[in-house]
Every structure is written in C-alpha cells, then in structure tokens.
Design a protein around this ligand. Structure first.
Ligand SMILES: [Zn+2]
Length: 274
C-alpha cells in the first residue's frame, strides 16, 4: 500500500528536512496520497472524505486501513465539519471518535483543531486547500488547520497561534509545516478573492501575479507562510512543501483539476503515549 508521507517517508514527499527532527515513535504527522484504498472511479482509491458522494462503507474501510498503518485506531481520531472559516477547537478525550464514522458527528463548523492530550489523532480532509501543522516541542501541543482561500484570508494560521497563546505557548516556541496544496501554477482567482488578499495588513509582498484584467495566480502556501510569520512564528521554524496537488495527478486528488468530483486526502497529527 502506497501511503505517503508519514514518519520516515515524510522527507521524501513533503520535501522537508528539519521537521523530521521531531519525528519519533511518538509523534505521527502526515498527509495521505490518493493511492492504496478501495474506492472506485473518481474516488480511486484512498478517498478519506465522508462528505463526498463516495460509498460510505468504502471510506470507512479506507479510514481503517490508515488507522492500522498509523497504529491509531479510528476510535482515537477526531474529525470536523470543515466550513472554510477560521474557528479553532481545543480537542480533549471527550471528543474521541467525532466524525470518524458519520460526517454529521464531527466537531461542528471548525477548520482548526489542537490538543494538549496524547493518543488523539487530529484529522482534516483536503483536495487543494492548504494543510497547516503546528507543534510545540516544549509543551507537546499539536494542531492542524484547513486553509483554502477563505480560511487563509480569515487568517486561520494566526488564529491557531493566538489560541495557543492562551495556553501559555509563545509564538517563537511553535514549529509549523505547510503541506501539499494547489500551487500558483494551477490556482487562478478573481478580483473578489484578490481584494481580500490585498486587504491583509502587514504582509510585505503578497504572493500573486496578475495574468488578466480580473485574473490572478495566487500562491496560498506562501501566503500562509507569511501569515504565520506575521503571527510571530520564526521563519526558520516553518517548512513548506513544494508539491502542487493539481500538478501531481498521480499523487493527489485535486478539486479544481477534477472539476469538483474527486476524493479527499487526509492530514493528521497525533502524539502517542503508552
Ligand atoms: Zn500546479
């Protein structure tokens, strides 16, 4: 079964280096590809999203496969109902199993999850949007967020940093990883989106390129990187994947490339303790 990246494979697929210094038997971080599952047709084959029109039993089966590989049983996962906003939820053991078998049972209206507890796998689903991972080695708090253009311009990255501030974590204690997403090569937006991007304060050079009267290429990974830096995460603590989900047809589902009918990859982070 091809399933990358997680743990030892992450360097190869996310093309990160220093993030791997955190990888131990205990910290499990990664992003799935589209290979290795049982789903068919446009969801072929490792679709992990329950909210698309795939057969539910196959999605559950795919989720169980991933759980086996990660040694995190499905009952220890937490999923959310992602709505392209910037709400962050603090997850505890009382949330275990949320949204794993039934989409409607996920944590409501939430695009960012974090926890200070062990043996919880935080998960979110993706097909072009930007997966953001957060970790503080000193306090072992972990988090993930889902940043499409809406979550990005609503600064979900900064919201996570500020939520951790309430937990007593300083921004310079946070390490972050920006995973595979649609790149500027394939992501074209209009004036409506670009006006919101242009409205973001204190960002030196916004990562876009005008290509027509009302059309722009936008690099969402870079914009999230800049928002993380604006929130106080040191640049040297941030790793950015070079993968474009739309270009890499063999590796990833892509909502844009596949005209909306496609599967979902999953980002996950969890800390194990015996
Ligand atoms: Zn591309």
């Amino acid at each position: 079964m091809k399933l990358e990246p997680f743990n030892q494979d992450i360097e190869q697929v996310l093309k990160v280096t220093t993030w791997s210094k955190f990888f131990t038997e205990k910290l499990v971080v990664g992003f799935t590809t589209k290979s290795g599952g049982e789903s068919k047709a446009e969801y072929e084959s490792l679709n992990l999203g329950l909210h698309v029109q795939d057969e539910k039993t196959l999605v559950i089966s795919n989720r169980k496969k991933l759980a086996d590989i990660l040694h995190f049983p499905p009952e220890t996962w937490v999923c959310s109902e992602q709505t392209h906003k910037n709400k962050i939820a603090k997850v505890t053991k009382s949330d275990l199993g949320a949204g794993v078998f039934t989409y409607e049972d996920g944590i409501k209206d939430t695009d960012g999850l974090y926890t200070a507890e062990k043996n919880i796998l935080l998960t979110l689903c993706f097909a072009d949007c930007v997966p953001l991972y957060f970790y503080t080695p000193s306090k072992h708090i972990i988090g993930i967020a889902h940043a499409g253009w809406k979550g990005t311009v609503q600064d979900i990255a900064g919201e996570m940093v500020r939520a951790w501030g309430i937990e007593g974590v300083k921004p310079d204690e946070i390490h972050a990883l920006i995973g595979p997403s649609i790149g500027k090569c394939c992501y074209i937006v209009d004036d409506y989106v670009m006006n919101l991007v242009k409205g973001l304060d204190h960002i030196d050079s916004k990562p876009y390129e005008k290509i027509g009267d009302t059309q722009y290429r936008l690099e969402l990974k870079e914009l999230n990187y800049q928002l993380m830096v604006r929130a106080g995460i040191p640049p040297e603590n941030i790793q950015v994947s070079s993968y474009c989900t739309s270009c890499e047809n063999q590796l990833f589902f892509s909502h844009r490339r596949d005209s909306g009918k496609t599967g979902r990859m999953m980002s996950f982070i969890g800390f194990k303790e015996d």
